[in-house]
Design a binder for this molecule. Structure first.
Ligand SMILES: Nc1ncnc2c1ncn2[C@@H]1O[C@H](COP(=O)(O)OP(=O)(O)OP(=O)(O)O)[C@@H](O)[C@H]1O
Ligand SMILES: [Mg+2]
Length: 286
């Protein structure tokens, strides 16, 4: 695609992977959901995204990953200097983007371990938009990963996330409790070592111990190599994973941005004070 052939490099040239979203508009089923989202996340930063139900948080996450159900009608998404809007979700993932779903789906007949193995192999193959397609995995058979190496990596990550062997031998998400699904998502993230991770309400449905373990898992990956967007309704998870930046989304836009203390303020005051009059404007303007 033309859009990916030339490295457009907007913003800062730090060498760190950056996700840059500019004036993004997107529809689902003909309805405009995202109405001009601007957001920049640099590798190494943790951003939290909060906001009322239905404000467009999951839509934004889905559009970043390239879910076909959502139609981008305006704006741009750059990752590592490339416009990724024309890339398939698979290629975006191989570039280092990762999404932990709000509602993970089950894959009967595929064990967690086998799923992770395929995912890690694809991730390791990578994708570089600067390279011609034929050297970029598209027409090549995916190289397998030596079983011993995979087992070692898996057991390392399982230890960090306190996951036991029986868990990874089960079919992915089949009959998993809500919390187990979320834990499987974080295990997947730990295995893939993304440079930019989006966690969509990974904290919802976790018991207190699981929340701590999952947070520790994220913190273990935290560092200059990981950028993250943590979508959440609760300040609670942000006590464990202190965000650098906190955004509030409303009616398809980011309406306010602050620091970690802003999340504490939101927990106390809710959203009404932020969205009251503006929300009415939006409705009457629409
Ligand atoms: N597949 C779809 N079909 C129809 N409407 C959709 C679809 N996906 C999202 N929407 C609508 O888009 C709006 C935004 O939804 P979205 O899931 O992005 O919100 P959210 O901010 O993630 O909410 P929550 O906090 O409840 O998870 C909602 O009004 C929702 O009904
Ligand atoms: Mg959502």
């Amino acid at each position: 695609m033309e859009t990916t052939s030339a490295p457009a490099t907007p913003g800062v040239q730090t060498g760190a992977a950056q996700l840059i979203i500019r004036d993004l508009h997107a529809n689902v089923e003909g309805k405009e959901i995202l109405r001009g989202v601007n957001l920049t996340i640099t590798q190494g930063e943790i951003h939290a995204l909060m906001g009322p139900n239905g404000s467009g948080k999951t839509t934004l996450a889905s559009v970043i990953m390239g879910h076909p159900k959502y139609k981008v009608t305006g704006g741009e998404i750059f990752f590592k200097g490339y416009n990724i809007l024309e890339l398939t979700p698979d290629k975006r993932a191989r570039m280092g983007l990762f999404l932990a779903f709000q509602y993970p789906s089950s894959v009967p007949g595929v064990t967690v371990a086998n799923f992770l193995r395929r995912a890690v192999e694809a991730r390791r193959e990578g994708f570089d938009p600067a390279k011609p397609a034929e050297t970029n995995g598209d027409n090549q058979k995916r190289k397998g990963m030596p079983p011993a190496e995979f087992r070692k990596l898996l057991s390392e990550k399982m230890k960090i996330l306190k996951v036991d062997q029986a868990f990874v031998n089960r079919y992915l998400n089949e009959g998993f409790s809500g919390g187990e699904k979320k834990r499987a998502e974080i295990l997947q993230m730990a295995m893939l070592e993304p440079s930019m991770a989006i966690l969509d309400e990974t904290d919802s449905g976790l018991d207190i111990d699981a929340l701590r373990i999952v947070s520790e898992g994220v913190n273990a990956l935290r560092g200059p190599n990981l950028g993250a967007l943590i979508i959440t309704h609760y300040q609670r998870i942000l006590n464990y994973i202190t965000p650098d930046v906190v955004h509030v989304m409303h009616a398809g836009r980011i309406i306010k941005t602050g620091d970690a203390d802003f999340a504490v303020e939101l927990e106390k005051r809710g959203y009404e004070w932020l969205i009251g009059p503006e929300a009415n404007d939006e409705e009457s303007a629409g």
